[in-house]
Design a binder for this molecule. Sequence first.
Ligand SMILES: [Mg+2]
Length: 269
Amino acid sequence: VKGEGVLVSVSDVRALLIDLDGTLYDSGAPVPGAGEALAALRAAGLELRFLTNTDSKPAAALRRAVERYGFQVADAELFTPVVAAERYLTAWPHARALRLTDAAIRPAGAVDPAEGTATHVVVGDCRDTLNYHVLDRAFRELRNGAELLALQRGRYFRSPDGEHLDTGAVVAALEYASGVTARVLGKPSPDFFSLAVAACGYDARSCAVVGDDATTDVAGGQAIGAVTVQVRTGKYSAQQREAAYNGTPLPRADHTIASIAELPSLLGL
Ligand SMILES: [Mg+2]
């Protein structure tokens, strides 16, 4: 294993925050050796969380998608912006969150303030329920002092039939009208990584963020003081080429490995 610029010791790592797309699987197939690597990490007793920005699927559906690549993960190991929002809201004992999210990602027992004032407005995938009245209600709550929480702020997403409006466009509309700036609870927001670290029960220095994207995984990990591990799968090559072409420096991880298959040996397992 060649660790480029070994700046931070991995000997204290107790938990791993592992990106899914481009890190565990790539272009529709599992990364070779990823399954064996996960088995070794589990055998070593490391706490694992799998991080993804997906805000359109509940944990069980996401887990089934991951299982189709041959990986066994527990629902509780999946850390998404939906999970991050729930953890964020539990820190507010009297939170009354108005949720602009579709039912599939709305947690059971979620309080939707039918009457009265919301303390938070949570915006996630709401393609089936968005309408003027919902947006207007959210706008009024924000003007009244509610905090705006965005599960992510992607502008658009791609489907087999082309591009579609994404959550970020709804967030931007509410920000524009209300003058409030959203707290983003998806990558690359440091809040997202901090909440994931807290979910593991360790401090950031005992956690390593592992991913293929320098601008989200590496930057997010660095922002909270975690150990960062860049894998050279997924979007790594394209991102490096694009950065070189544009002359924009990319965040440099503490460690760079060919793929997640090398993670156990990087950690001395
Ligand atoms: Mg990725």
